[in-house]
Design a protein around this ligand. Structure first.
Ligand SMILES: *[C@@H]1O[C@H](CO)[C@@H](O)[C@H](O)[C@H]1NC(C)=O
Ligand SMILES: *[C@@H]1O[C@H](CO)[C@@H](O)[C@H](O)[C@H]1NC(C)=O
Ligand SMILES: *[C@@H]1O[C@H](CO)[C@@H](O)[C@H](O)[C@H]1NC(C)=O
Ligand SMILES: *[C@@H]1O[C@H](CO)[C@@H](O)[C@H](O)[C@H]1NC(C)=O
Ligand SMILES: *[C@@H]1O[C@H](CO)[C@@H](O)[C@H](O)[C@H]1NC(C)=O
Ligand SMILES: *[C@@H]1O[C@H](CO)[C@@H](O)[C@H](O)[C@H]1NC(C)=O
Length: 528
């Protein structure tokens, strides 16, 4: 179990992402942060979590029955062909087995038992079965779990004699590895961060920026839901809302990154990317807004992607930030990690099938900016990449020069890259740990060099990490020292050189004062 210890910049107690499922004593289980009822009556509750996509997934099935309980992964929602576990607490103790169904008949026991029972309990009329299995198994009788929605099936009996379940069965589709609670916009108060009838130019790529203030909220409130308002789904690639430093004092509405003061608004508040929906924060955290900072400015950035170069389209898209005065337990922070999008030379060569870039955040240097950031916890990872991506950018978690964890989804999983993903469990980053963000570009169709930077034709490699307790750091990014660069035409050598080069790290606090530290890191020692 991950507990956040030590003195924080703002000393907040430990937090868990958990929703209460059956009994209160489970509420702090950070290893199984996700929960869904599989039936309408809320008698069958599934919780789950995983540490990394190459490891195990742990499930806990709680059913309001004292009879047998069954759970399965099905190719189509039916029993036939599904991978099933059945267990319970009977008169002679508990029983549990890994089975597969060949039809609508008693599932057969697998020769290879891929599921392991962790515990089996029965109390107050409820049976609670906790078990795990490797996410990837080699048994062809097991269902392969991927980051796609999977049809989960369940059934249970009134007694421990496993027999036909009659109507006590059901199915529900859930994405186990990339779970997002389905939420619908609530009918609450919201702040509107939208553009107002701007004319989208016929350029293939266009970034529009609106610097604005919100109506004054005299006391602190919490944003708990971010709803996209999209007029032209075919044109909008992503939207980001940034917090501005105090030096930004005037609103404006114009193209981004042409040298305006608002370019310095860089602390992420909210975001949306292609494929995303309404984003709901875990019930214990909120994004703080209002109160002392209620006259702050914010910058909304909309990336329009107009490959057909349509002309004269008017757009009023943006984000709605649903907020509440009923404060949640913790303020959540969003930290940008990855490759510093700046003027430093970091070119991606053309004609590369797979070109990897690396950005490092060494948290040992947080103390220079924020004296007591001892550790923080992450619960979601949102990534942003432009056109040439082939893979999901992985964020690796390293300690003492070794990779100890992977933040995000295995790059072999194929899913929409721009939306937020929930990590399978809450991770604790300790001061001194490193976060390595890796992005892969395919530039086979490019004739010239692509630069890393903010301009519209440039590329970025950034991951946004949601974490708590919040500290005064908005970005922790790096750029390799490109002194003595070798020619770019030797793509592999060039890539390797950038990977092994010492890194300049920029840690940016909420006031946008940049602290540059010169670091020497050897990524291979981290096992990546
Ligand atoms: C299921 O059982 C639990 C534990 O006894 C109880 O708290 C809950 O109210 C029950 N749910 C329903 C829908 O009856
Ligand atoms: C939703 O908003 C409408 C209009 O403000 C209000 O009349 C209604 O009571 C609200 N419904 C809920 C469930 O809050
Ligand atoms: C759009 O494209 C034109 C022609 O290439 C260019 O002059 C103009 O600066 C571009 N506008 C923006 C906002 O990028
Ligand atoms: C890169 O893109 C080219 C052209 O679209 C494609 O043929 C190639 O398979 C891609 N490479 C990878 C590693 O995906
Ligand atoms: C961040 O810095 C401001 C100004 O120095 C301070 O008031 C605030 O408490 C700090 N926040 C945290 C979480 O440390
Ligand atoms: C931000 O800037 C203000 C004024 O320049 C200063 O008083 C405050 O301490 C700074 N906060 C942080 C977190 O650096």
């Amino acid at each position: 179990m991950n507990i956040c210890l030590g003195i924080m910049c703002s000393p907040l107690p430990f937090f868990s992402l958990l929703l209460i499922c059956a009994t209160g004593s489970w509420a702090m289980d950070v290893t199984m942060p996700f929960m869904e009822y599989l039936d309408q009556e809320q008698l069958v509750c599934l919780k789950w979590g995983f540490d990394n996509p190459a490891g195990d997934i742990t499930f806990q099935l709680a059913v309001n029955t004292t009879g047998w309980v069954g759970f399965g992964l099905s190719p189509n929602g039916d029993m036939k062909g599904s991978d099933i576990v059945i267990g319970g607490v009977g008169s002679s103790g508990s029983y549990f087995s890994d089975r597969y169904a060949t039809g609508n008949s008693m599932p057969l026991e697998d020769a290879q038992q891929s599921y392991t029972l962790l515990s089996m309990r029965e109390n107050e009329g409820q049976t609670v079965m906790t078990f795990k299995r490797p996410i990837k198994t080699c048994d062809d009788k097991d269902f392969q779990i991927t980051a796609q929605p999977i049809k989960l099936i369940f059934a249970y009996g009134k007694t421990d004699e496993i027999s036909y379940h009659v109507s006590r069965r059901g199915t529900k589709e859930v994405n186990l590895l990339n779970y997002m609670p389905k939420s619908i916009p609530t009918n609450s108060s919201y702040l509107s961060a939208t553009v107002d009838n701007i004319i989208v130019p016929s350029n293939t790529t266009y970034y529009h920026c609106k610097v604005m203030q919100f109506p004054k909220l005299n006391t602190k409130h919490h944003i708990y839901q971010i709803e996209p308002v999209i007029e032209h789904l075919d044109l909008i690639h992503h939207m980001l809302l940034y917090h501005c430093p105090p030096k930004v004092t005037e609103p404006y509405d114009k193209p981004c990154y042409i040298g305006d003061i608002g370019d310095s608004c860089f602390g992420i508040v909210a975001s949306w990317g292609v494929g995303g929906g309404v984003y709901e924060l875990p019930e214990n955290v909120g994004i703080p807004i209002g109160g002392e900072k209620s006259d702050a400015f914010y910058r909304l950035e909309i990336h329009y992607n107009n490959p057909e170069r349509k002309e004269g389209i008017k757009d009023s898209s943006g984000l709605r930030l649903h907020y509440t005065a009923k404060l949640r337990q913790h303020d959540v922070g969003i930290m940008t990690t990855g490759v510093l999008p700046g003027s430093v030379k970091y070119d991606i060569p053309p004609k590369a099938n797979q070109f990897h870039t690396y950005g490092i955040c060494n948290t040992a240097y947080f103390s220079k900016v924020c004296t007591s950031a001892d550790s923080m916890q992450l619960n979601s990872n949102q990534c942003r990449l432009h056109e040439f991506r082939v893979d999901f950018p992985g964020a690796s978690h390293c300690r003492n020069e070794r990779q100890i964890d992977f933040l995000g989804i295995d790059e072999n999983y194929n899913f929409d890259l721009q939306q937020a993903v929930s990590l399978g469990s809450i991770k604790t980053i300790k001061q001194g740990d490193e976060i390595v963000v890796e992005c892969t570009y395919n530039t086979t169709n490019r004739a010239s060099v692509t630069k890393m930077g903010l301009a519209t034709t440039n590329e970025m490699c950034l991951a946004f990490l949601f974490y708590y307790p919040v500290i005064n750091i908005t970005s922790c990014v790096s750029i390799p020292d490109t002194k003595g660069v070798i020619p770019m035409d030797k793509i592999t050598e060039y890539e390797m050189m950038l990977k092994k080069a010492p890194q300049y790290q920029a840690i940016i606090n909420s006031n946008v004062s940049i602290s540059l530290s010169y670091l020497i890191l050897f990524f291979f020692s981290c096992g990546i």
